[in-house]
Ligand binder design. Structure first.
Ligand SMILES: C[S@@+](CC[C@H](N)C(=O)[O-])C[C@H]1O[C@@H](n2cnc3c(N)ncnc32)[C@H](O)[C@@H]1O
Length: 381
């Protein structure tokens, strides 16, 4: 096991449950073996144990106790995570959200009685067997499937793996959310197959006024189907042809009519002469690093500029960002810039976040990543 000694004062944030120890906060590392490190303050006080990594985040803390990081440890954490989630109507949700559930680098999504896991750090990957045993020990899992084939800019040196870890994974399955059915392609869908973080926002769009709606970046029809279910005439757009095919199937199995189009969102907006009462835009994360924030603001303001041409005055725009580095203020700045000089204003009606199965811990700012601004397009004075 490695031993990590911190610089003076760093212990304070650790004692307040911030889990990341950056390289420049480390005074000395003793030992060269293993993915678990014991962490001590400059004065030699034991602070706890965490995942060790050679990336710029040297340790991701797991516990302040002198306890084994074994199957029993993961079992207790997963049980605790389950108790926090009360989606009584939905059998499918995010069961473990990494740092938000004090399990850095571990994602577990529950698809009915099956589980899709992602290991995002070297430590989590190294202890994969214990984590899988803990999932089996605390649930009646029919299958566990790994989707660690994600894109990242991190220097973690991880293998991009995917495949079955337990049981027989169905090629596709149908889950239910807010009384709507969604087909999920476990092995080929984006991320782990479904974007659970937007659940409550998808439900909220049903309360919006209007007759016609456009769902940009629709994926398999998440917002579009909720809008159609509440009586909107809906168009859904995504550049992924495969996901648009699933979206069309999703409309069919829910007896809903939606016009799903496979296209780049900007191309669609430039090419259409239609007007809508509601426009949703839930783009992919756009940037991975803080240094790219300007680029993201520029893309989002271009998007806003195109959206204002297809949105009726008095219509509602819901713009989301799932990048931690594009905060709420950057998102609002993009909206403001997007209509500058047009004689229009955005009246912000609501700001919403990721659903509660993706916990936002105040002590860990990085756990808040998804935000959506709900604004009405109005004439200025
Ligand atoms: C965060 S997901 C959207 C999730 C969706 N709103 C839901 O509720 O399930 C982002 C989507 O944007 C799509 N996408 C990425 N770039 C695109 C582009 N330039 N034009 C259209 N769609 C794009 C991806 O294929 C992906 O489905």
């Amino acid at each position: 096991m490695r031993v990590v000694y911190l610089r003076n004062g760093v212990e304070r944030k650790i004692k307040n449950f911030y889990p990341w120890i950056f390289r420049d906060e480390v005074k000395e590392i003793v030992g060269e073996e293993g993915y678990i490190a014991n962490v001590f303050s400059r004065n030699g006080d034991f602070l706890g144990r965490g995942f060790f990594s050679k990336s710029h985040i040297t340790v991701r803390m797991l516990t302040s106790k002198d306890e084994e990081i074994d199957e029993e440890f993961f079992l207790k954490r997963i049980r605790k995570a389950r108790l926090k989630r009360d989606f009584s109507d939905d059998q499918s949700f995010r069961l473990v959200h990494a740092e938000g559930d004090f399990l850095p680098g571990v994602i577990v999504d529950k698809y009915k009685d099956g589980f899709v896991v992602q290991f995002r750090t070297k430590g989590a990957e190294a202890l994969k067997e214990r984590i899988v045993s803990a999932i089996l020990g605390t649930t009646n899992a029919s299958f566990i499937y790994e989707r660690s084939d994600f894109e990242t800019s991190s220097k973690e040196d991880l293998e991009r793996k995917k495949g079955p870890l337990y049981g027989k994974t169905p090629e596709v399955m149908t889950i239910e959310e807010n009384s709507l059915k969604f087909i999920v392609d476990i092995a080929h869908g984006q991320k782990t197959g479904f974007f659970f973080d937007q659940r409550k926002n998808r439900k909220l769009v049903r309360t919006l006024p209007g007759k016609s709606a456009l769902d940009l970046y629709t994926y398999t029809g998440g917002f579009a189907l909720n809008l159609a279910a509440s009586g909107f005439d809906v168009t859904g757009v995504d550049k992924s042809k495969d996901d648009i095919e699933i979206a069309k199937e999703n409309a069919k199995i829910n007896n809903l009519k939606v016009d799903f189009i496979s296209s780049d969102s900007f191309d669609f907006l430039r090419g259409t002469s239609r007007k809508f009462d509601v426009v949703i835009a839930d783009p992919p994360s756009l940037i991975k690093k803080k240094s790219e924030k300007k680029k993201a603001i520029s893309i989002l303001s271009q998007l806003t500029n195109l959206v204002k041409d297809v949105l009726n005055i008095g219509g509602i725009f819901v713009i989301c960002s799932c990048a931690y580095n594009i905060d709420m203020h950057a998102l609002i700045e993009s909206m403001r810039r997007g209509i500058e000089g047009e004689g229009l204003v955005w009246n912000i009606l609501n700001i919403t976040y990721q659903d509660t199965d993706h916990p936002y811990i105040a002590q860990i700012p990085e756990t808040l990543y998804l935000k959506c601004i709900w604004a009405r397009l109005e004439e200025g004075w």
